[in-house]
Design a protein around this ligand. Sequence first.
Ligand SMILES: Nc1ncnc2c1ncn2[C@@H]1O[C@H](COP(=O)(O)OP(=O)(O)OP(=O)(O)O)[C@@H](O)[C@H]1O
Ligand SMILES: [Mg+2]
Length: 363
Amino acid sequence: MATLELKNVEKTYGNVDVIHGIDLSIDSGDFCVFVGPSGCGKSTLLRMIAGLESITDGEVLIEGNVVNHITAAKRGLAMVFQSYALYPHMTVRNNLSFGLENLNTPKSEIKYRVDEAARMLQIEDLLKRRPGQLSGGQRQRVAIGRAVVREPKIFLFDEPLSNLDAELRVAMRGEIASLHQRLGNTMVYVTHDQVEAMTMADKIAVLRAGRVEQYGKPLDIYNNPVNKFVAGFIGSPSMNFLEAVVTSVDSDSIVVATPEGSTVTLDSNRFATEPNQKLSIGIRANHLEVVDSDAGDFVMEVVSAEQLGGETYLYGNIGENSSFTVHLPGQVNIARGEKIGVVLRKIETQLFDLASGNSLRQQ
Ligand SMILES: Nc1ncnc2c1ncn2[C@@H]1O[C@H](COP(=O)(O)OP(=O)(O)OP(=O)(O)O)[C@@H](O)[C@H]1O
Ligand SMILES: [Mg+2]
């Protein structure tokens, strides 16, 4: 087990800044997920930790030691890639043992570690096959096995499940989580799938354009997003947003009005706002109730309804151009074209400054 720290880490390709000074401290044994949209710098950051990419500025520390100038092979890390990167001409057993042979590990030790990893990942029956004779999920297990046999201090995963179909992805997600439980190693896992992030992580780092927007436990981030970007990125379906303006603030309440003429009253102890401030109301689809169209905070015109049996999604619009999603438990008899009243659960409602996107919650 090992700690991993990033201190003001920067990356520049030519004259393009890609990573803008990232500070991050990952505790020993933590499962840390880097999540963020495509191109935000997740792989670059992981490759800098791995030693596959130079560090333009700042420091990477493993177990408290700066490793900037230590080669990838000597950092004691193992990386699993999206593309598996298996050797096609070698058997599974040779794919697993190859790295250890290069390190001059004794033959009996190699056999022991490969057999252990194969047992753990349930690929014992596949050891004589070549990668071309395996399914995607089996190949990914071999790629993980190749990392396991190296007994690394830290595992690095770069979108290891994105080539798998949805069902297999869910199964492998569980397997990686239980691998983490069994081994207890520090793991850093890159994904742009926020559901993977929520379900696997001890801690999530939400990245945007080369910066960490928020770092914390999944539910802390879900419940207290620091800005509109994080609020919209974490949670499925995405948080609903409605533009509004503050019409009055007093010691108890804040009244906000939306362009189509609705008003909502919120507890003024929860938010720091001022009159006339333009903001964005944020509310998750499952923090809403549906009532008659004249009895809610807002009127929503339902554009489509998805009845999944155990739950119902209603998609529609509030006012001219604010699309809105309502997620209700159970079965609800509401059809396309209907107008419904939507009530916000006030305690779960968030406010963000419209210009900066920052959360207006009082900490
Ligand atoms: N070798 C390179 N030269 C120049 N720019 C690069 C290079 N590698 C990456 N970039 C740029 O750095 C940025 C971050 O890329 P990176 O691959 O880290 O993104 P990512 O978050 O992993 O995205 P994805 O989710 O699509 O994998 C992108 O804008 C990319 O175009
Ligand atoms: Mg990437």
